[in-house]
Design a protein around this ligand. Structure first.
Ligand SMILES: Nc1ncnc2c1ncn2[C@@H]1O[C@H](COP(=O)(O)OP(=O)(O)OP(=O)(O)O)[C@@H](O)[C@H]1O
Length: 265
């Protein structure tokens, strides 16, 4: 079952297309990650879906309830944590206070502390605890683990993953490829407002490989070795016959495709 369908979405800021005709779907029970370099249009995409930005064209079909963790984890700075919780009890969607209090205790966030006195990471944990305690169909999370220490990050990732066990869906952005590999089912890589690669993570990894060659190949140039040989990312099915193809790490695939130096001679 499809929770979110985005079709040919476009958003301009003046003349510039921040989102330039992208389409994707998020299924029930899956984690869909949007990756891409700075300025690729990830946040704008999420903002159009949540209604915080008005799309210029395209379709957005949402089949259920959603919540949103913004990129800027700003909460009312002069409220105390417990006052923010009271606020979420009123405005949150099916907000589970008990769950939120458990999370805050686990991460040692003092309920009497003012938001402004929390560290950047603690503010993110607070915002995440609030959002993850809402009971909705789709969690839209913009860089949910940015600035978190590795231990907290892993715990948060586990919690995000466990949402899918209850049939919830997650649409999120991240710059950390290792974490995307760990929890995402499907990914879309954005560059300059367009999706340049999308699919199931395992399928993507198994369909590309690396070839080291002195000759120019039909593929994405990943790097040139000291020996002068070049490392290409190639689609396995398009690789020349007889060449040795090595497994490509997702990081290599991402880097080569985003750099986009195609050599097709
Ligand atoms: N309010 C705005 N007014 C004008 N241009 C904007 C605005 N917000 C974003 N942009 C531009 O739109 C493009 C996409 O920005 P967006 O924030 O969506 O990228 P992003 O992929 O989320 O980047 P990052 O990874 O750095 O957060 C960028 O060129 C950015 O400068």
């Amino acid at each position: 079952m499809m929770i979110l369908r985005v079709k040919d979405l476009k958003k301009f800021y003046g003349e510039k297309a921040a989102v330039d005709g992208i389409s994707f779907e998020v299924e029930k029970g899956e984690i869909f990650a949007i990756l891409g370099p700075n300025g690729a249009g990830k946040t704008t995409t999420l903002k159009c879906i949540t209604g915080l930005r008005k799309k210029d064209s395209g379709e957005i079909e949402l089949n259920g309830t959603f919540t949103y963790l913004p990129e800027e984890k700003k909460l009312y700075p002069y409220l105390r944590v417990k006052e923010i919780i009271d606020l979420f009890k009123k405005i949150g969607k099916n907000f589970n206070e008990k769950n939120c209090l458990e999370l805050l205790e686990r991460f040692r966030i003092d309920l009497n502390e003012k938001v402004t006195n929390l560290s950047h990471g603690m503010r993110t944990i607070l915002y995440l605890s609030l959002v993850l305690s809402e009971n909705v169909d789709l969690y839209i999370l913009d860089e949910p683990t940015w600035g978190l220490d590795p231990i907290v990050r892993n715990e948060i990732l586990d919690r995000i993953r466990s949402l899918t066990f209850e049939g919830k869906s997650v649409l999120y952005t991240s710059h950390v490829l290792a974490e995307v590999e760990k929890i995402a089912d499907r990914v879309a890589i954005m560059k300059e407002g367009k999706i340049i690669l999308t699919g199931n993570l395992d399928d993507i990894k198994s369909s590309y490989g690396l070839v080291v060659s002195r000759e120019n190949l039909n593929g994405y140039l990943l790097k040139t070795l000291k020996s002068g040989e070049k490392v290409y990312l190639v689609k396995k099915e398009e690789a020349p016959e007889g060449v040795k193809i090595e497994d490509a790490a997702f990081e290599d695939i991402f880097e080569a495709i985003v750099r986009g130096e195609i050599n097709d001679r």
